[in-house]
Design a protein around this ligand. Structure first.
Ligand code: GLN
Length: 490
């Protein structure tokens, strides 16, 4: 097996035994990227020189006999809405095409301090608004399983980079599914940690009450390792939690015996692909065979998640994106007066989806609509949260679908934003409730495309998600799912 085909854990073991160097590992991913990136287009910016220098530094420390973190020398791709000091961070927007952040986001600082070479910055929907990466101002990314299809979004570049063997691990963000949906479409494990589990300092804000940095990996063990590295309290993010970070890898094998699992059948209406519904039921059967007690349950208010999410997300986005006025960050256009300057700067800088959401958000925050839309959405959010609190008193784990279909074709939903929003239906309740959620491959559908299965748990119980996901992975067969580009098609 080539190095770029290995999981992060396999690479970490070889690196620790000094059977390979970090430079060799990094080069292997870089060379493979030369072959597949022209078809996939996962990266907005590649940082090969930085990656090699970081790998060399790891090798040097190892030669000197220093004890290194487990993931030292294992390359990482980073979504381009997560700041990297001195490396441009575009957020998928023309507005920030040339933006060089002054410093790394906390998650990037942690990864660099642990010796993970930075492979590059991955493509996304502009300001993380979208579900297909087609809203990137630069170019769409292609799904490594089928190049005619979307990789999902908004962390589509991160998912495609991992699924195509251009990095074994990636960071993404999940406000309303942007890690879990691309993970499902690309056959990966995608984790949205509990709100506050991972620092958001230096992660560009979309909707601050929902945003969470997350991760994509080939296996649950890899995801567990990476979460252990990036989680924890951060003085630069007052919403980060002081809850202790568990050793997620050590509990991975503990299984699900005695766990109470709630099966969310109502989150899979009839228009969902049959094979998706079947995959969720298969996962329920596997958990039951391994000693979990599975029961169906209902979360009555989650049916309103789509409306609540889009109202709150738009309101918060319109406020967060107010900072892009052409004065401090990014591009600026000329005008006869200040109002004209703002208007031109924003009119030329933002793409259509971003404008749509800013308009909606600004509209519902006006005094005349604030009560009936914004406050009403907040009230329903509380009801959704309470549904989850009640359910997670009874159950340790909830199981459901990630998406209604497998990866759709490029262009299929691009001009129909409402259809695009509707496909996110299973992804939105978790973030509204602030709970952790994970997507794990549940097999392949008839078209040979991956299907994801979603697991959610109570706040800060990520280890339960990992235990269940690991078990499902083991039952599916050895090793991660492999896209057509991993190993190379030729
Ligand atoms: N697809 C969702 C949206 O368009 C989620 C985006 C996200 O999580 N960043 O808003």
């Amino acid at each position: 097996m080539k190095l770029f085909e290995m999981t992060a854990l396999e690479l970490s073991r070889l690196l620790q035994k000094k059977e390979v160097s970090a430079v060799e590992v990094t080069q292997s991913f870089m060379e493979h990227a030369e072959a597949v990136e022209p078809q996939v287009r996962a990266y907005i910016t590649r940082t090969s020189e930085t990656a090699l220098a970081e790998a060399e530094a790891v090798d040097e420390k190892r030669r000197r006999g220093e004890t290194m973190p487990l993931l030292a020398g294992v390359p990482l791709a980073v979504k381009d809405n997560i700041c990297t000091g001195g490396v441009r961070t575009t957020c998928g927007s023309r507005f920030l095409e040339e933006y060089l952040p002054p410093e790394d986001a906390t998650v990037v600082k942690k990864a660099r301090a642990a010796g993970l070479p930075l492979m590059g910055k991955t493509n996304l929907d502009e300001f993380a608004m979208g579900s297909s990466t087609e809203n990137s101002a630069f170019f769409p990314t292609h799904n490594p399983w089928d190049l005619q299809r979307v990789p999902g979004g908004s962390s589509g570049g991160s998912a495609a980079a991992v699924a195509a063997g251009m990095a074994p691990l990636a960071l993404g963000t999940d406000t309303g599914g942007s890690v879990r949906q691309p993970a499902a479409f690309c056959g990966l494990v995608g984790l949205r940690p509990t709100y506050g589990r991972v620092s958001r300092a230096g992660v560009m804000a979309l909707a601050s009450s929902l945003d969470q940095a997350g991760l994509l990996a080939l296996t649950t063990a890899d995801a567990a390792l990476l979460l252990g590295l990036i989680a924890g309290e951060d003085r630069d993010d007052p919403t980060s939690s002081s809850e202790p970070v568990a050793d997620y890898l050590s509990t991975l094998q503990e299984g699900v015996k005695g766990l109470r699992v709630g099966l969310l059948t109502e989150n899979m209406p009839e228009h969902f692909d049959r094979e998706i519904i079947a995959a969720v039921h298969r996962a329920a059967a596997v958990l039951a065979e391994n000693g979990a007690v599975v029961e169906e349950l209902s979360l009555p208010h989650t049916g309103s998640s789509l409306e609540v999410y889009h109202l709150l997300c738009a309101a918060e986005a319109s406020s967060n994106l107010g900072r892009f006025d052409g004065l401090r960050y990014g591009r600026s256009a000329r005008g006869e007066n200040v109002a004209e300057m703002y208007s031109r700067t924003r009119g030329e800088g933002f793409g259509p989806e971003v404008k749509r959401r800013i308009l909606l958000g600004t509209c519902i925050l006006r005094e005349s609509r604030y009560e009936s839309y914004y406050l009403q959405a907040l009230r329903v959010r509380t009801l959704i949260r309470r549904d989850y609190e009640a359910a997670l008193n009874r159950f340790d784990l909830l199981l459901g679908a990630v998406t209604p279909t497998t990866a759709f074709k490029l262009g299929e939903k691009k001009d129909d934003p409402v259809a695009m929003y509707h496909a996110d239906i299973c992804l939105l309740p978790g973030p509204l409730a602030g709970i952790p959620a994970l997507s794990v491959p549940g097999g392949l559908g008839s078209g040979g495309l991956p299907i994801g299965v979603q697991l959610t748990a109570a706040p800060f119980r990520e280890e339960i998600l990992f235990r269940a996901a690991h078990l499902l992975e083991q039952e599916r067969g050895p090793g991660p799912l492999r896209s057509q580009l991993l190993p190379p098609a030729s």
